[in-house]
Write a protein that binds this ligand. Structure first.
Ligand SMILES: NC(=O)c1ccc[n+]([C@@H]2O[C@H](COP(=O)([O-])OP(=O)(O)OC[C@H]3O[C@@H](n4cnc5c(N)ncnc54)[C@H](OP(=O)(O)O)[C@@H]3O)[C@@H](O)[C@H]2O)c1
Length: 248
């Protein structure tokens, strides 16, 4: 039997990149999946179409995770459509480089609103529905270990995500709900292409400092998330798994 048969999962920011791969991996393991998007309805529809074509169940649900009403709507749609909630993957995220002198209030709030406040708002709603055996997976980043220059705000948001993972593992542990993070190294996605990372000196540096000799692909991360979501990871909570081909 597949690892997530009968489970219901919400994946935020699943219209592209790592989130899309996670949604497909969870569905391939038998979960019914809410594919959340913020602006890319077409991307989310494509992910849903791929899942259903493969015999899985999924629905696209719009919503900005940094808005409380939207966060509630995303979670409520899972319960209304599939009758329960077992897995939440907090994947939505934004990342822009900025040297210290370039940091603005807008840069700070944009990153913290989506990467930290959004994660908290969606998790707050999800916790109302998750039961024993529930699993929350936060997509953090290896940047919290390698602290690259010009990423102060982004790295700070992911440091907050790692801290929140530990705190909520303790808060939700008594209800037998697990909370872990996966911390990817550099991954080829729409986001890293748009940010100009792919093909840059940064990519060359990332490959040269990665023992396995390449950057990651979304599926590399998705399979780890599927493990953390499943009962195979039943004795893991409060963990941050670095998924970076050995770069740290
Ligand atoms: N790629 C990497 O190298 C890397 C490495 C470490 C960690 N990460 C983390 O992995 C996650 C995904 O990264 P990615 O590279 O796959 O990014 P991406 O290709 O840029 O995709 C980002 C996703 O987040 C969604 N999103 C953005 N703002 C949102 C909001 N306010 N509400 C709901 N969804 C929102 C986007 O939705 P729309 O497109 O619909 O607007 C999109 O689906 C992020 O948390 C990122 O920090 C990435």
């Amino acid at each position: 039997m597949s690892k997530l048969t009968g489970k219901v999962a919400v994946v935020t920011g699943a219209s592209k990149g790592i989130g899309a791969a996670i949604a497909k991996a969870l569905a391939a393991q038998g979960a019914s999946v809410v594919v959340n998007y913020a602006s890319s309805r077409a991307g989310a529809d494509k992910v849903v179409a791929e899942i259903t074509a493969a015999g899985g169940k999924a629905v696209a649900v719009g919503g900005d995770v940094s808005k409380a009403a939207d966060a509630k709507g995303i979670i409520d749609s899972a319960v209304e459509t599939y009758g329960r909630l077992d897995v939440l993957v907090n994947n939505s995220g934004v990342y822009e480089f900025a040297a210290l002198e370039e940091i603005t209030e807008a840069h700070f709030h944009k990153h913290f609103d989506v990467n930290v406040l959004g994660l908290l708002l969606v998790t707050q709603e999800a916790a109302k529905h998750l039961g024993e055996g529930g699993s929350i997976v936060n997509v953090s980043s290896v940047v919290t270990r390698i602290t690259p220059a010009t990423t102060a705000v982004y790295t700070a948001t992911k440091g907050a995500v790692d801290a929140i993972t530990g705190v909520l593992a303790k808060e939700l542990g008594p209800r037998k709900i697990r909370v872990n993070s996966v911390n990817p190294g550099m991954v080829e996605t729409e986001g890293t292409h748009t940010a100009g990372v792919m093909g840059s000196d940064f990519e060359t540096w990332a490959v040269s400092t990665t023992p396995l000799g390449r950057i990651g692909q979304p599926d590399d991360i998705a399979d780890i998330v599927a493990f953390l979501a499943s009962d195979d990871a039943r004795w893991l909570t409060g963990e941050s798994l670095i998924a970076s081909g050995g770069s740290r």
